[in-house]
Ligand binder design. Structure first.
Ligand code: ATP
Length: 312
């Protein structure tokens, strides 16, 4: 286990009868982008707060970069950059002053923080705005300032709690490009990233993903391997009217689930039944006066897998 930057075993945290985190173990090697993916309330934030030592677990142990987070909290924290959901900046201070504030409370001298800040601001593309007041930054720029602040202490582990929630798609895309670039860059220095998100498209960008539900990691693997769990099990149906298509699909004995994906349905079938269902559905839909524009087997997306695992 010494090869891992993060060794977290059997973490539990409850609020009364609510098991917010219910036996989570995480082993993260250097240079990995790990996605903690799940709906609101799944336990992502609580897990990250346990990793950074902001919360005491009811059970379990966390070791980050060789430090026990419970016993050597300060040393462990000095290796972590944490961008919390509630990250706030001083709107009256400039970009550089904000980073300075953050760096100084972490004990960095100006000979350390200034060159590092300029390097990071260049990396995130905010160097031209270093003297702009934070209150006058766009949403995307504020996020980059948050990332820059979390990076100023040269962390080996970066914890990003839903950094893209509520952000427009272009800014989200931009932010992800930065995270991916960071891990392989000189600025990142082999940093590992644990990023929480409710978005499945973002999960696909991670090296590994842990699907979280009810405080547990219900599946963990590379996006490729997770998708492979449902190979040959997803049919995509386009046609009309959707209510008839949906009803007929549900009635088939080998159909496990039907989900709407925009103007089409994703139909999950039992293992080995794809061809049989394809054939049957076309006939049954016709009988029910429905119309099929297209019905075909498609490669599963992570959302299909998450839904299937959540059903179990
Ligand atoms: P979100 O995106 O909504 O933050 P999440 O996956 O990060 O979702 P958590 O914030 O970790 O989930 O919450 C997990 C569960 O624990 C939820 O049911 C939440 O209501 C509960 N919870 C979290 N913090 C507290 C607290 N301080 N007191 C009581 N319950 C809490």
């Amino acid at each position: 286990m010494d090869d891992y930057l993060v060794n977290a075993t059997g973490l539990k945290k409850s609020y009364g009868a609510n098991h917010a985190v219910d036996g989570v173990s995480l082993y993260i090697p250097a240079g990995e982008i790990y996605g903690l993916v799940g709906a609101d309330g799944a336990g992502k934030t609580t897990t990250l707060r346990l990793l950074v030592g902001a919360l005491l677990p009811d059970a379990g142990a966390v070791n980050v970069c060789g430090y026990d987070v419970l016993k050597q909290t300060e040393q462990a924290r000095s290796t972590i950059g944490y961008l919390s959901q509630r990250f706030s900046m001083y709107e009256d201070l400039t970009v550089l002053e904000n980073i300075r504030f953050f760096a100084e409370i972490r004990g960095l001298s100006s000979s350390e923080w200034l060159p590092r800040s300029l390097e990071i601001l260049d990396f995130v593309g905010l160097e031209k705005f270093k003297d702009r007041r934070a209150g006058q930054l766009s949403g995307g720029m504020k996020q980059k300032l948050g990332l820059a602040s979390a990076l100023v202490t040269r962390p080996r582990l970066l914890l990003l709690d839903e950094p893209t929630t509520g952000v427009d798609p272009v800014t989200r895309q931009d932010f992800w490009q930065l995270v991916i670039k960071l891990v392989g860059s000189r600025v990142g220095e082999g940093v590992s990233v644990i990023i929480s998100t409710p978005y499945m498209d973002e999960a696909s960008r991670c090296h590994r993903v842990g699907f979280m539900k009810n405080g547990r990691i219900i599946a963990e693997d590379t996006p490729y391997n997770l998708r492979a769990l449902l190979n040959e099990r997803i049919l995509e149906l386009r046609g009309s009217p959707l209510n008839i298509l949906r009803r007929v699909a549900h009635q088939d004995v080998d159909v496990e689930d039907v989900q709407a994906f925009g103007d089409r349905l994703h139909i999950r079938v039992s293992d080995g039944k794809s061809k049989a269902v394809l054939k049957r559905l076309k006939t049954e839909i016709k009988k029910a006066s429905g119309h099929v524009d297209e019905l075909r087997s498609v490669p599963p997306v992570l959302e299909d897998v998450f839904i299937a695992l959540s059903d179990q």
